[in-house]
Design a protein around this ligand. Sequence first.
Ligand code: NAD
Length: 478
Amino acid sequence: MKSRNWIGGEWITPNEGTVLVKNPSNLKEEVGVIHLSDESQVFQAEQAAKQAFKQWSKLTAAARGEYLYKMAAALEQHLEELATLASSEMGKPITEMKGEVTRGIHLLRYYAGEGVRADGSIIPSSDINVLQYTRRTPLGVVGVITPWNFPVAIPIWKFAPALICGNTVIWKPAEIASLTASKMAEIFEEAGLPGGVLNLVIGKGRVIGEALLEKIEINGLSFTGSTDTGRRIAATCASRNIKYQTEMGGKNAAIVLNDADLSKTIPMVISGAFRSSGQKCTATSRIIVEKGIYPAFVEQLQKAVSEIKIANALDPTAYLGPVASKSQFEIVQSYTEMARNQAEVIAECQTSVEEEGYYIKPLIATGVQAKHSLVQEEIFGPVAVALQAENFEEAIDLCNQTIYGLSASLFTSDLSKAHRFLDEADAGMVRVNQETAGVEYQAPFGGMKLSSSHTREQGQAALSFYSEIKTCAIKHTF
Ligand code: NAD
């Protein structure tokens, strides 16, 4: 397979260089070739998106919803094929990848339904002869910049609400999710989405991302990725007065209290930390355990982690596959070495894989201070750190000792402590007796502190980002 841009309904193979994609589960297997764009493709996308906006924004929201239903149906037909391609491109286990495509289908249907829901309210006027009300209007052309770790769901949770609100979109996916992005555009073309409504431009962040941000007229920008890139993007958008949202990194904590049921807690902590090889922004990377239960917790954790199955992402029995790329492999490996040299490894996966790929065996380390890099930096791999807390208060304090604030969990059977945690943990998503990852599409998603621009995605919250409110007033009798 080769990647292609989809601009104004036309397929274009750009020629600013190519990148060979090797399967991270098996480096001997070539998955396809990415064709990189130069900024001229961004200018073409700008023209196409502006042109398409004229008709798309004039359709009723219900009519736009019909397109989204067709996109969902087409995605459902291609679920297996798309999930297999994405697993081969970035190494997410096939079972999880199918779940992710299914989430994309649900998101499209959820936002399709918004086409026939109320989009404003009537506000009483001080003048009896005036009807005063609000309604949403689209922003215009919206830029969407996405990461590779949820190559299907994240783009859809951005462009589905953008499209239902009447915007047109220019989408720049992460380089190492470009084949998946190309296939998605093919599926949406097959669904009958009019040309120019969604425009896909594939290329490097520094080239395409920056052209999108600095050289064309866009009216909104939604970004998910690392905190460093997100902050630069936010600064550029603010200086141009472009409406923006940035969803960024995390260093999420799971707190285990003395009264937690370990037989249920441990599988959830491990799933939060190691599914998708720890490459979720909501992955558990700090495990804070109350002193009284720590010895039993570690004993059971060791056994469970040692038995985790790491395998080729296309193996349906794989608990986790490889990390996504060579650079991810090198970064995560530097942290596993740090864990071995500067901390104590208390649990480690003992299974191994025959194939040559970017496999990293999950591990949990301890014995470092709260300020240590292992406790403070986002690793984005299957490496977690355990910390002991004297009591509930210290556990909350440790939980909040981070620059990030995306997600946090508490495991307990004490309802009163559960409520205190929900109040006191500084995170956008706070969960009791559930893993830190796995928030539902119909609920707002986003972080506090350096995890987000304090906006929210998904659910109804996304509609507020992709539209502006107009306050309308008609004097009907005068
Ligand atoms: P990244 O910041 O390297 O890249 C994200 C996107 O930005 C890519 O499409 C990339 O090409 C583009 N980009 C890079 N430089 C750019 C620039 N100068 N201008 C414009 N665009 C540019 O992140 P990544 O490695 O793809 O993703 C991993 C990160 O994403 C992690 O930090 C993770 O926590 C975060 N993430 C956050 C969420 C969330 O919702 N909070 C969800 C998933 C991933």
